[in-house]
Design a protein around this ligand. Structure first.
Ligand code: 3HC
Length: 316
């Protein structure tokens, strides 16, 4: 049988994608498709794990036992999401060690949003409601992406994100029914987390070098701007419902498009943060490096146990 050219293979792959078929780990895929998925999925996993830090900061300071228990559950979920997506990324042939090296060396990115500090308890509400709310919009789309292991991981993760989103909104709704100081704390958190949450969806479509390819391969099902607008349309009514003001003087509802128009995002701030110059970038990476070093004994013990078990099984 005549060998088919690389070009022909890529054409067959694209036809498979166009037919809406799911790509599995054992299927042939263009090297570029594999590399793009490793980049996107590993950075997603890094985001989940680094995202535990700003919220973990408030576990010991939660205002009640119930809030502490809920926050503990959420932070634990995020760790699980990270592990889930790291495992999904390993199906593409990259090792966990390599991914962690890329994060700790600063080579790999994680979501810009986690480089902002959590200054008050209201920030925990804002993260759950806005950050996880943005993640739900993004991840619901990814649950229909062409790479099977990624899409399936999103199905389970989105279920847990919905709990995260609700508990965050409940924290802010409670504060907005409280004292003047509590209302001011909630509005302050809204003012600090609103724009960085819009930045989570990435640069504008015109400045998104990866989107065309990812959309052609149905990894991304919607563009950065489409998902950002979907997030604003869903979130503004929720803010109004509890009396929070959206910090955007240009926000207005367009009756024709039945969607909100909003002000210009501070892209200089966005690119500065993803370049490593955000408020907490250095602190976050230091915390991850410290945790990795302190966890070395656990990895060594697990490896020694696995080796001993393998030797015993081989001898049996
Ligand atoms: N933070 C950091 N880097 C970002 C970014 C952000 N918010 N948005 C874009 N970038 C980076 C991209 O990684 C890319 O850099 P690279 O080529 O060096 O990786 C560059 O900016 C250009 O952006 P593009 O739009 O071309 O990149 P993508 O097409 O990959 O789109 C994305 C960016 C929308 C974040 C996409 O990668 C994506 O959907 N990723 C999966 C979802 C994800 O990672 N979510 C992170 C949040 S996880 C979370 O919130 C957990 C929740 O439980 C709290």
């Amino acid at each position: 049988m005549q060998a088919i050219s690389e070009q022909e293979r890529e054409a067959q792959f694209q036809a498979k994608i166009d037919r809406g078929e799911i790509i599995e780990a054992k299927d042939w895929m263009p090297e570029r498709y594999r590399k793009q998925l490793i980049r996107m999925m590993s950075q997603h996993a890094h985001s989940e794990v680094v995202g535990m830090l700003p919220e973990g900061n408030w576990i010991t300071r939660a205002p009640s036992l119930r809030r502490k228990a809920v926050l503990l559950a959420k932070v634990q979920d995020e760790g699980g999401h990270g592990l889930y997506i790291y495992c999904g990324t390993e199906t593409l042939g990259i090792s966990r060690e390599q991914m962690l090296d890329d994060l700790l060396s600063g080579k790999a990115k994680y979501s810009s949003i986690f480089n902002y500090p959590t200054l008050t308890w209201a920030d925990i509400g804002a993260i759950g409601w806005l950050v996880d709310g943005a993640a739900i919009i993004n991840q619901t789309a990814l649950a229909k992406c062409s790479y099977g292991p990624y899409a399936r991981a999103m199905v389970r993760i989105c279920k847990e994100e919905n709990f995260h989103h609700k508990q965050g909104y409940e924290i802010l709704a409670t504060l907005m029914r409280g004292t003047a100081e509590q209302k001011a704390m909630a509005q302050d958190a809204m003012n600090r987390w609103w724009w960085p949450s819009l930045m989570m969806f990435g640069p504008s479509d015109a400045n998104s070098p990866n989107s065309d390819e990812l959309m052609r391969w149905k990894v991304k099902r919607y563009s950065n701007d489409e998902l950002r607008t979907r997030f604003v349309d869903r979130t503004v009514p929720q803010a109004e419902n509890i009396g929070l003001k959206v910090p955007d003087a240009d926000l207005k509802y367009n009756e024709q498009t039945r969607s909100y128009e909003f002000g210009e995002i501070n892209w200089e701030e966005f690119f500065n943060v993803i370049k490593g110059n955000g408020i907490c970038n250095k602190e976050r990476l230091m915390a991850r490096k410290k945790a990795h070093a302190e966890g070395a004994w656990v990895r060594e013990a697990a490896e020694a146990y696995a080796k001993k078990k393998a030797t015993k099984n081989a001898a049996a």
